[in-house]
Design a protein around this ligand. Structure first.
Ligand SMILES: NC(=O)CC[C@H](N)C(=O)O
Length: 197
C-alpha cells in the first residue's frame, strides 16, 4: 500500500511543530487550508493554538462542514490542545456560538486549569506509550470533563486526576502539546492508528 498522506490543519496554531514531529515519527505531512486540500489527505492533525480563531477561520474557508463529514466518515484525526477542543462534541467555557468539528463523545472545558497555572509541565503516566513517563507541556489547556461510553482515557494529571489524553476509535486528543517537546511517541501512536485505518 502507498504511504498514507497526513495533513496538518494550517489555519492557525503550531503547524510547523506538528510537521516536524510527524517527520521525526517517520511521516511527511502537508498543510491543509482548503476543502480541496482536506480531500487530498488520509488523516489530519489539528494543532494547538486558539480554538475560537481556528473555528472562525474554518467557517470562513468553508472547512467546517467538510471537516465534520471526513471525521464522521472515519478519517483518523489527532488534536492537541485547541485541536482537542475542535474534536470535542461539547465544550464548556467557549465564546458565544463557538462551534467545533466534533466526533469525540467528550465534554471539554476550555482554559480549565485557571489563571495561576495558565502554563505548567507535568510527567504523565501514559501506558499506551510504554512504561516511561511522558513529559507534557500545558498552555492555557483544556481538560476533559466528561466522556461517553466509547472513549478511552489514556492519561491524567497525576496531582489532580484530570483527564488530559483520550482516544475514541480513530480519534486521538491531548490537552497538552507533545509537538513542543522532543518526544515523538504521541505522534507515533497516531501514525499507528493511521496505518491500521
Ligand atoms: N495552547 C492551546 O492550544 C490553548 C487553547 C486555547 N486556550 C483555546 O481555547 O483554544
Amino acid at each position: 500500500m502507498t504511504q498514507p498522506i497526513v495533513g496538518v490543519l494550517a489555519l492557525q496554531g503550531d503547524v510547523r511543530e506538528h510537521q516536524r514531529m510527524l517527520a521525526d515519527a517517520g511521516a511527511p505531512s502537508t498543510p491543509v487550508r482548503t476543502p480541496d486540500g482536506l480531500a487530498a489527505v488520509d488523516a489530519l492533525v489539528l494543532p494547538g493554538g486558539e480554538s475560537t480563531t481556528i473555528w472562525r477561520l474554518a467557517r470562513t474557508f468553508g472547512l467546517l462542514e467538510p471537516l465534520r463529514r471526513r471525521v464522521a466518515e472515519g478519517m483518523p484525526a489527532y488534536g492537541s490542545c485547541a485541536g482537542m477542543i475542535m474534536l470535542a462534541d461539547r465544550i464548556e467555557g467557549g465564546v458565544a456560538g463557538q462551534e467545533t468539528v466534533g466526533g469525540m463523545d467528550i465534554t471539554v472545558r476550555r482554559n480549565a486549569f485557571g489563571r495561576q497555572v495558565d502554563s505548567f509541565e507535568a510527567d504523565l503516566d501514559f501506558p499506551a506509550l510504554g512504561p516511561d513517563p511522558l513529559h507534557a507541556v500545558f498552555i492555557r489547556a483544556p481538560w476533559v470533563e466528561k466522556i461517553g461510553d466509547g472513549v478511552e482515557v489514556l492519561a491524567r494529571v497525576p496531582s489532580t486526576g484530570n483527564i488530559v489524553a483520550v482516544r475514541q476509535g480513530r480519534l486521538l486528543a491531548t490537552s497538552f502539546h507533545p509537538e513542543l517537546t522532543a518526544d515523538a511517541r504521541v505522534h507515533a501512536l497516531f501514525l499507528d492508528i493511521v496505518k491500521e485505518a
